[in-house]
Design a binder for this molecule. Structure first.
Ligand code: HEM
Length: 471
């Protein structure tokens, strides 16, 4: 039965598949929303998908449990431990709820105020600043150092130690994070969902996914061995997420696949999203020296150069905090979020949606809606400040949902905000970030990034200068 919802007419058999793959998907969907409205449907082969493109419809869906399911995909089933024994892609079930709670507990033991994460993050960020500085005034591509920094914070959290750049573990982590591209709703690997038999004919995405599974199992098995060893050494409260997971596994609450499933989600979601957003922010800094100067003025005022920034400083640094919100809006790291699925016959925006329908939340469209944001394609920190220069509260930040809301809301929102705030303020406390060629800075336009579950900036160079030399 066809859905009674407007949408672009596709071609026989393929539906809208070609139009979607020839353009960046979220941009094409945004264009269609101007013609068909905030709620419309597309067709990919024989599947009809509902796309939500505006604030009211997305909130209505996310705040209802009816939309908390996840659709099946052959690639995701293949790549998640035990076939969907994870959190992010697993369909709504008691098992998913239990795992989400356990992962939440694992992250929570780092302190409600995230004190331990802040300490870990500060060390890794200072290390990243040293790496930046080691280039002197020679131009360099900062992407790898940023990813390394975020990866190390994540591994310290997950397994209690950071990873050496040259180790096999580090290469495995990067490989696992990189191959996440292969499970984005469209893009490389999508053909495997329609034609899983392509794997028998040398399909490139399949080879990468298969290698990822081998590397992942080896990495997580070594992490669990290390954890077991550490747990035998100390019997006090848990120290890493692995220890919490291991305890629950031993008590019979969760299976080994579920332990790996949580680790995989936290590793990928914890690294890919935050490092991508920070890379996009560096692109903005080299294009917007005025933004950089205003953040630095706030740092000089509130923190000075005698101590490192803390997360508590954000309360006195509205401009820096608003800059974090603006980069999350402007570049919209997870443009189409993670696909949802209806768990029962339901409705959204006045349209009936039957059980089992895939629903895409076009966060890009929300974040670039002219109704809420003037000149949405411009980077303007001030849009998140009120007339008194105070940062807008969550309630006042309309049409802004970088982390989703409701049953499926991001598990790492607090941690992501903390790491981004600390990274940006620590970096700009010490350094000026400049383009290699000031007459031709690299293009910050996110629609030109590589589309994936996260929106990935391509190669670009920056130059750093010590601020101490200036003062
Ligand atoms: C800039 C950083 C981040 C952004 C923009 C982001 C965004 C998102 C979004 C949009 C979703 C999907 C919500 C939905 O389905 O409606 C999500 C889910 C998720 N995120 Fe994040 N995230 C970030 C960082 C993190 C971090 C640091 C972690 C963990 C340490 C994390 C863990 C997760 C998990 C486990 C889910 C799946 C939740 C579920 O399906 O129940 N994320 N995130």
């Amino acid at each position: 039965k066809r859905l009674d919802i407007p949408g672009p007419k596709g071609v026989h058999i393929f539906g809208n598949a070609f139009e979607l793959s020839s353009q960046t998907p979220y941009v094409q969907l945004h264009k269609w929303s101007k013609k068909y409205g905030g709620v419309f449907k597309i067709q990919i082969f024989n599947e009809e998908i509902v796309v939500l493109n505006e604030n009211d419809a997305v909130r209505e869906a996310l705040l209802s449990e009816d939309f908390a399911g996840r659709p099946y995909s052959w690639r995701t089933n293949f790549s998640t431990p035990g076939g969907y024994k994870d959190i992010a892609f697993r369909d709504s079930s008691q098992g998913w709820k239990k795992l989400r709670k356990i992962a939440h507990r694992g992250l929570k033991q780092f302190g409600d105020g995230m004190d331990r994460i802040a300490l870990l993050a500060s060390d890794e960020i200072q290390d990243c600043i040293m790496r930046f500085k080691s280039n002197g005034e020679t131009p360099f591509d900062p992407r790898e150092a940023v990813e390394k920094c975020i990866a190390n914070i994540m591994s310290s959290l997950l397994v209690g130690e950071s990873i050496d750049d040259n180790s096999e573990d580090y290469h495995s982590v990067r490989f696992i994070v990189e191959s996440d591209k292969r499970i984005a709703p469209s893009g490389p690997g999508a053909e495997l969902d329609m034609f899983p038999w392509l794997r028998f004919f040398g399909n490139e995405s399949y080879k990468i996914l298969k290698e990822t599974v081998v590397k992942r199992n080896k990495l997580f098995s070594s992490w669990m061995e290390k954890t077991e060893y550490k747990m035998n050494l100390h019997s006090d409260d848990s120290r890493s997420v692995c220890e919490v997971l291991q305890q629950h596994h031993k008590q019979g609450d969760i299976t080994k696949d579920e332990v790996y499933g949580v680790l995989q989600d936290l590793l990928i979601a914890g690294i890919a999203t935050t490092s991508t957003t920070l890379k996009a922010f560096l692109l903005i800094l080299v294009n917007k020296p005025d933004v950089q100067k205003k953040i630095q003025a706030e740092i000089d005022n509130v923190i000075g150069d005698g101590r490192l920034p803390t997360f508590a400083d954000r309360h006195n640094m509205p401009y820096s905090q608003a800059a974090v919100f603006e980069i999350l809006r402007y570049s919209t790291t997870t443009t189409l979020s993670i696909p949802h699925k209806t768990l029962c016959d339901t409705s959204v925006g006045g349209y009936k949606v039957p059980r089992g329908t895939m629903v895409l939340m076009n966060l890009w469209a929300l974040h670039h809606d002219e109704k809420y944001f003037d000149e949405p394609y411009e980077f303007k920190v001030e849009r998140f400040l009120d007339d008194n220069g105070k940062c807008l509260s969550a309630h006042e930040r309309k049409s802004f949902l970088p982390f989703g809301i409701g049953k499926r809301e991001c598990l790492g929102e607090a941690m992501a905000k903390l790491r981004m705030f600390l990274f940006i303020t620590s970096l700009l406390q010490k350094l000026d970030i400049l383009p290699q060629d000031k007459n031709n800075p690299p293009d910050p336009d996110p629609t030109k990034f590589e589309y994936s579950i996260t929106n990935l900036p391509g190669p670009f160079n920056i130059v750093v200068k010590n601020r101490e030399n200036e003062k």
